[in-house]
Design a protein around this ligand. Structure first.
Ligand code: PRP
Ligand code: URA
Length: 208
């Protein structure tokens, strides 16, 4: 299950991210904005339900307060996933944030888990966020770690994906819908997405 979130504003901002001249500040801002725009698509089918709480309009009408049917947990894969949190949280201020510490061993490309903490809530919908879906190893390891703790309703929200990563996640977890801003061409011999945008973590945090 793959949805590529197509929108002219996303295309314009993605082109800023792909540009090697874009500095960390503008990179973070554009990533934030794309994450906000993608939120519309990622949560489109979550129900808005009338709760028992009421609100009063300035015109004197009483209405049930409308809430989302699920408690939303955002689960960024550290580090780069942090770069998509604020964009989603600006749209869903009530969402809870978990953290999944994982990095790719640069030689084997295998993911290594070093931290895991998700909030415990009723009726959770966990959205794993990470800008890059390359081989899919990190996303698969993150989803596996989340499922192991008993969470069932999971989505994966990435910025740029390679076909290899999409296929791997679909095969490992066909029940997890994937949302991307762009499906790129392929991976290079070092496991980087082409055309991609380089190392997302380094560009967000200015580490290179
Ligand atoms: C990057 C990216 C993903 C992973 C994708 O993280 O943010 O988590 O690589 O690659 P994969 O699909 O082949 O697993 P990285 O390991 O570079 O760590 P960082 O976020 O700390 O920079
Ligand atoms: N991680 C990145 O940051 N970029 C890629 O292209 C692949 C993995």
């Amino acid at each position: 299950m793959l949805t590529v979130c197509k929108h002219p504003l996303i295309s314009v901002k993605l082109s800023i991210l792909r540009d090697e001249r874009t500095k960390s500040k503008e990179f973070r801002e554009s990533l934030d904005e794309i994450a906000s725009l993608m939120t519309y698509e990622v949560f489109k089918d979550v129900e808005a339900i009338e709760s028992e709480e009421t609100i009063h309009t300035p015109t004197g009408v009483t209405l049930p307060k409308v809430k989302l049917s699920h408690k939303i947990i955002l689960a960024p894969i550290l580090r780069a996933g942090i770069g998509m949190v604020d964009g989603v949280r600006n749209m869903i201020p009530t969402c809870r944030i978990g953290h999944i510490g994982m990095y790719r061993n640069e030689e084997t490309l295998e993911p290594v888990e070093y931290y895991f903490k998700l909030p415990v809530v009723e009726n959770p919908l966990v959205v794993v966020v990470d800008p890059m879906l390359a081989t899919g190893g990190s996303a698969i390891a993150a989803i596996s770690a989340i499922k192991k703790r008993g969470y069932k309703n999971i989505r994966l929200m990435c910025l740029v994906g390679a076909p290899e990563g999409v296929k791997a996640v679909n095969e490992a977890y066909p029940d997890v819908p994937i949302f991307l801003a762009a499906l790129d061409e392929k991976l290079n011999e070092k496991g980087y997405i082409l055309p991609g945008l380089g190392d997302a973590g380094d560009r967000i945090f200015g580490t290179k």
